[in-house]
Design a protein around this ligand. Structure first.
Ligand SMILES: Nc1ncnc2c1ncn2[C@@H]1O[C@H](COP(=O)(O)OP(=O)(O)OP(=O)(O)O)[C@@H](O)[C@H]1O
Ligand SMILES: [Mg+2]
Length: 311
């Protein structure tokens, strides 16, 4: 449904997008993940046909975005970054304007408009101008506009940006619902978003692809994946008690949750062996578990490390 080949865009000397290639199959929800300035929005603008690439090719639903822009745009709904323009327009009039642009008519137009208004809970702001809406409501109007013509492909640039936790939850639910019969690409720098809605994550940094994995595969890249961790009152005593079983270089105390972490995957250490040793040495412990891996850790590994290397 989306096919990107060697896509590149420069701004002066800056390579904002640098030779990106990937494709998105029907029914996938792909998260484009990367830190600020990674090139997410630039990539999405080029896919949506709002920015001309310097090199490379984009096809949406089989239509080349440069050669057949109208057909490609017809197949896709696009939520740009930030707020919609047309600040002086009322919400209702704005949706009418989008419906005109999309050439929606008659019953279909009425139904689509009602669905979008209801789904994004815009009933009470229809007479309000876009400028006077809160940030979250502006985002919701943008989403309503993107889904108005019921396109098979949705390109959503940070769809939950600026939303409160309830609205984030709601919009993720909506994306899940829409994904049943659509192909969705969304950008985010929120890791929980990847876990919550994506079937696949493409990680980019410096305009280049760093990883292309399912959320489970991504989390398995974490150095925490398969590590053992537990809570102890006296973490120093706990680590000392494990001497000979786990090299101290492979132990750490997590700063956030205080868990003792044992990076001893290579030692094939079992939770039973750790529990036995702690009990033998009289160390009080609880909540011993095997770690699934941490997305924030993978994200840093993939996006920070290399820019530090470059610097
Ligand atoms: N019109 C422009 N002129 C010059 N530089 C630009 C322009 N648009 C984007 N850039 C630069 O290109 C790089 C990529 O920007 P882009 O907006 O695609 O990043 P992003 O991944 O969407 O970041 P964010 O998470 O902050 O939204 C950044 O360094 C940005 O400053
Ligand atoms: Mg962006």
């Amino acid at each position: 449904m989306i096919d990107v080949e060697a896509l590149s865009k420069r701004y002066g000397a800056l390579r904002a997008v640098d030779g990106l290639s990937f494709s998105v199959q029907p029914g996938e929800v792909v998260a484009l993940l990367g830190p600020n300035g990674a090139g997410k929005s630039t990539t999405m603008k080029m896919i949506a046909g709002y920015l001309t690439p310097d090199a490379g090719r984009v096809r949406v639903a089989g239509h080349d975005v440069s050669l057949r822009p109208m057909a490609a745009r017809q197949a896709m709904g696009y939520l740009p970054e930030g707020a919609p323009g047309y600040g002086e327009m009322e919400v209702g009039a704005f949706l009418d304007f989008i419906a005109d642009v999309r050439q929606l008519k008659g019953d279909d137009r009425r139904r689509r408009r009602e669905f979008a208004i209801e789904r994004l809970t815009l009933q009470h702001v229809l007479q309000q101008t876009l400028d006077t809406l809160s940030k979250g409501f502006r985002r919701r109007v943008g989403l309503a506009a993107a889904i108005l013509h019921d396109p098979p492909v949705l390109m959503l640039d940070e769809p939950t940006d600026g939303l409160d936790p309830n609205q984030k939850h709601d919009v993720r639910g909506l994306i899940g619902e829409l994904s049943r019969d659509r192909t969705i690409m969304l950008s985010t720098h929120l890791l929980e978003e990847v876990d919550a809605i994506a079937t696949r994550a493409i990680v980019i940094a410096g305009g280049q692809m760093r990883a292309d994995h399912t959320p489970a595969e991504l989390v398995a890249l974490s150095r925490y994946h398969g590590a053992l961790s537990f809570l102890a009152m006296d973490t120093v005593a706990a680590i000392a008690a494990l001497e000979g079983l786990v090299p101290s270089a492979d132990t750490a105390v997590d700063r956030r949750d205080g868990r003792v972490v044992l990076f001893a995957q290579a030692l094939k250490l079992t939770p039973e062996a750790v529990a036995r040793r702690l009990d033998e040495r009289g160390v009080a412990w609880s909540e011993l578990r095997t770690e699934r891996g941490r997305l924030d850790d993978v994200f840093r590994q993939l996006t920070v490390q290399r820019s530090e290397e470059a610097a």
